[in-house]
Design a protein around this ligand. Structure first.
Ligand code: AMP
Ligand code: MN
Ligand code: MN
Length: 334
């Protein structure tokens, strides 16, 4: 296969310089990591390792076993004992997303680099490379490898394709451009197993998760374009090792009448995790930011204090308001 055309996105030169001269970078993926967090962590970790560096790969929460086919999966730590010389935050829109890994006092004075594709990114680093048009942070790591003139190999391509496949839910999102498809072709050509990645990350669920989906689906409510459901602690008491009804929020948005979907998850610490999805034309990242979270227009989230029913009531009302405003502005335009 021919190479993809020259990428139209180029990393900042100061980033390339920093990565070339670094010795022991600390790479941090966001808390509750998804495929793009672990994909970009392992892709960049492997790339830097191949360049002769000694990277530390870290994430506050253990990477789900789903991703154990990725390079350096076993080297991801939940605590950092060594002293890095630079810190790189991946797929993280604000510093709280790094969780307990980023210890302000301890790492004070070390350069912080942010590599991210969230439109809600708050530019919290010394170098901020933020590309909201990219479908995944892994797409950015691909451009980084190209700019560093580092060849793809099967291992790197597999880690890169994992973030692209998971963040686009299998190439279904509007940010999948012809360039993403070119890149994907190149990654497959380098040995990335597309079907295996898709099967492992999108089409495999534990039996317990299926059971939880059933219970959460039982709580579905719909009104004024907003479909919502709750996932309480009590509902999963007998389901060991399972918290989130992973994937369900995208599924309920498939209801024909729904414009916005929300799932509210009661966490073990008593807080409520809110997960939002929107159809094209609606923006849930705005509401997530208003509530102290972040994300992308079609997929965003936040974590709130309060009991799950009142959080649901309050947030669903805000989501309905978003739909009303969009309908109003459409009427004005027409
Ligand atoms: P999720 O619903 O957990 O899959 O998250 C959807 C999107 O929202 C992802 O891009 C997340 O990075 C982002 N997101 C979720 N929760 C938060 C949060 N508390 N703060 C910032 N971004 C979030
Ligand atoms: Mn992510
Ligand atoms: Mn991402």
């Amino acid at each position: 296969m021919t190479e993809s055309p020259t990428p139209h996105i180029e990393p900042p030169l100061e980033l390339l310089d920093a990565l070339t001269s670094v010795r022991k970078p600390l790479l941090i993926a966001h808390i509750s990591p998804d495929g793009d967090a672990i994909g970009s962590l392992t892709a960049l970790g492997y790339l830097l390792y191949r360049m002769g560096k000694d990277p530390i790969l870290a994430c506050q929460d253990k990477a789900p076993a789903t991703f154990n086919f990725l390079p350096f999966y076993d080297r991801i730590v939940q605590r950092v004992d060594e002293r890095p010389d630079i810190i790189i935050a991946l797929d993280s829109s604000d510093p709280t997303r790094m969780g307990t890994i980023y210890e302000e006092e301890r790492f004070n004075g070390l350069p912080l680099i942010v590599i991210d594709h969230h439109i809600t990114n708050v530019f919290f680093g010394d170098i901020n490379w933020v590309e909201p048009t990219c479908c995944a942070t892994d797409e950015m790591i691909y451009y980084l490898a190209k700019a560093l003139k580092e060849p793809l190999d099967e291992t790197l391509a597999t880690a890169l394709l994992t973030g692209i496949v998971t963040d686009t839910r299998g190439f279904r999102t509007y940010n999948v451009t012809p360039e993403v498809m070119h890149i994907t072709g190149e990654l497959i050509d380098a040995g990335a197993p597309l079907a295996m990645i898709t099967e492992r990350t999108l089409d495999t669920r534990s039996m317990a998760l299926i059971v939880l989906w059933g219970r959460v689906l039982d709580t579905v409510e719909f009104a004024d374009g907003v479909i919502s459901a709750v996932n309480s602690m009590a509902m999963r008491q007998d389901l060991e090792g399972i918290i989130r009804a992973e994937g369900l929020v995208s599924f309920i948005l498939s209801a024909q009448e729904a414009k916005i979907a929300a799932v509210f998850t009661e966490m073990p610490d008593g807080k409520v995790e809110c997960s939002f999805r929107a159809r094209r034309g609606y923006d849930v990242s705005r509401i997530a930011v208003q509530l102290g979270g972040g994300g992308h227009p079609p997929a965003a989230g936040c974590t709130l204090d309060g009991d799950i029913s009142s959080v649901r009531r309050r947030v669903v009302e805000m989501l309905r308001q978003e739909i009303r405003e969009k309908s109003m502005s459409k009427l004005v335009k027409e």
